[in-house]
Ligand binder design. Structure first.
Ligand SMILES: Cc1cc2nc3c(=O)[nH]c(=O)nc-3n(C[C@H](O)[C@H](O)[C@H](O)COP(=O)(O)OP(=O)(O)OC[C@H]3O[C@@H](n4cnc5c(N)ncnc54)[C@H](O)[C@@H]3O)c2cc1C
Length: 492
């Protein structure tokens, strides 16, 4: 006899735990099944040898008033998972390599809109004129004032062309594109304005660089514990092998720990692994299976974790770049041919600047991310990491001098930890599906699948914006759909 639940959630990433906890809150019996040791998915916090850290840099936006704030408030777990919204005027650093070969820094508050010196600092950092800054302000003005209908109408327009239409100079394009590359990990020319503008609006109004006390994964751990405290079960180290389909409906799961049944199955395992592997293409309409197979994974992010015996960096979030560092489709193709920028786009999360208790006293954790390929077998990523580390040693010679431990991660590490590779070149995508025209905004895949009883949750459906933030948003939307369905099909 298999165990019966109201809702089964496959995967305890931010999308999965959000749906699971919100369904448990409404009195539904929830089974949350996770193949790794703990909740948090790609953003989970590992605790090892006196350090607490994520496998890669995870800071999110908006920093203030985010869906994370809404989630912890809804569950009443604010005290177990305090969210750190960076404060003060040294919250973020932009390091820009000018055409003259000089590195210049902008160090400022998380919300640049609240920095009285922002314009002066942008002018001096990027070496642009007052007129150029005014063009940038016109662009920012549009970001803040476009109506929802106007934004939707830009669903097929790419961010790069749109930004260029304001006549802003290359350093401003470099700055905006670097930010967009890091938020979406997609080529800038193909990020739709609809997605880009909505997310930049969140950034300008809510700031960037949110982290969580105890580690980025803490709210996910607290949400999974909430499921257990509200009559549900959280199984870790349990891999779902198959979604059971009977009479044209998802009715349960088969795992390495046995079989479980529920009228609703929600998968956080990624739309492609869910449909093509766990469900099987034969159990959904052929055109849907084909559409899912043809979806494009986002780009990868690869890099290094540094554990230092001294505080070398003094800012929690650092983005370093030149005019050549950001990637659009053309530049991504160029690096695949071996044509590299002068310096890679470097993203550094210095998590001990947010919460010093994450490391032994006086030690520092620096998690570095670099744009790469999502293909777990890609050889490009080794070169990305070598070039990234050379730039880091040049910018911050103190880092190589104070290393206690150094760990490299690749697209294969990302895939092994979270998302199975089921189509060629896929598995190590940083965020999830590529957030490009045709796959997000109005054309984002539906969280509700054609297989009755099966929903997709997480970055692949149901939300918009920056990685973990869109996963939580999706989790909230899917919880609503599931609860409505259950009210009809399986009253509590
Ligand atoms: C290098 C890197 C840097 C990033 N930086 C940021 C950042 O700065 N800010 C940000 O917001 N986002 C960042 N992200 C992206 C963000 O982490 C993800 O987009 C987000 O966490 C995805 O959430 P999710 O709920 O969609 O799924 P995931 O986090 O992928 O969770 C899916 C879960 O399902 C589990 N699972 C999968 N298959 C099975 C199975 N068969 N059985 C049981 N369990 C299964 C997995 O183990 C995992 O726990 C980064 C990601 C990477 C890789």
């Amino acid at each position: 006899m298999s165990e019966q639940y109201d809702v089964i959630v496959i995967g305890a990433g931010y999308g999965g735990v959000t749906t699971a906890a919100l369904c448990a809150k409404e009195g539904r019996r929830v089974l949350l099944v996770e193949k790794t040791n703990q909740a948090g998915g790609k953003a989970q916090t590992i605790r090892r040898n006196g350090y607490a850290y994520e496998m890669w840099p995870v800071l999110s936006l908006p920093a203030a008033d985010s869906q994370f704030h809404a989630l912890v408030a809804e569950l009443g777990i604010e005290d177990e998972a305090p969210l750190i919204v960076p404060e003060g005027d040294k919250a973020i650093e932009l390091k820009y390599l000018g055409a003259d070969g000089e590195w210049r820094s902008y160090i400022g508050p998380s919300k640049q809109a609240e920095d009285p010196l922002a314009l002066d600092r942008l002018e001096s950092t990027f070496g642009v004129s007052k007129e150029d800054v005014e063009k940038m302000l016109a662009l920012v003005g549009q970001v803040l004032t476009l109506s929802e209908e106007e934004i939707d109408a830009l669903d097929d327009t790419g961010m790069l062309g749109w930004m260029r239409s304001f006549g802003v100079p290359d350093p401003v394009i470099a700055y905006m594109s670097a930010m967009l590359n890091l938020v979406f990990v997609s080529p800038v020319d193909r990020i739709p304005v609809s997605e880009g503008v909505r997310t930049l609006r969140q950034l300008f109004l809510g700031g960037g660089g949110r982290y969580h006390a105890g580690g980025y994964g803490r709210p996910a751990e607290a949400a999974a514990a909430y499921v257990e405290a509200h009559g549900g079960t959280f199984l870790t180290k349990t891999r779902v092998e198959r979604v059971i389909v009977e009479d044209g409906r998802a009715v349960g799961i088969e795992t390495d720990a046995g079989e479980f049944r529920a009228p609703v199955v929600v998968s956080n395992a990624g739309i492609q692994p869910t449909i093509l592997k766990l469900v099987g293409a034969g159990n959904v309409p052929a055109d849907y299976a084909k559409t899912v197979e043809n979806l494009e994974p986002g780009m990868g992010m690869v890099g290094v974790r540094y554990f230092l015996d001294e505080r070398v960096l003094e800012t929690g979030m650092i983005v370093a770049f030149s005019n050549e560092s950001w990637w659009d489709t053309e530049r991504y193709e160029a690096v695949q041919r071996g044509e590299w920028p002068d310096v890679p786009l470097v993203f550094a999360a210095v998590t001990t600047e947010y919460d010093p208790t994450l490391a032994p006293e006086g030690h520092q954790i620096i998690l570095v991310g670099l744009l790469g390929s999502p293909d777990p077998k890609s050889e490009l990523n080794d070169e990305v990491i070598a070039r990234g580390e050379a730039a880091i040693a040049e910018m911050w010679p103190g880092i190589p001098e104070h290393i206690v431990k150094r760990e490299v991660y690749t697209a294969a590490s990302v895939s092994n930890m979270t998302r199975d590779a089921v189509v060629p070149g896929q598995g190590g995508e940083c965020i999830g599906l590529n957030q490009v025209i045709g796959q997000c905004g109005l054309t984002k895949p539906d969280a509700r699948t054609p297989l009755p009883g099966l929903f997709i949750v997480g970055t692949d459906a149901g939300g918009f914006g920056c990685g973990t933030h869109q996963a939580v948003e999706s989790g909230m939307a899917v919880a609503q759909m599931v609860l409505e369905d259950l009210a009809t099909h399986a009253p509590a």
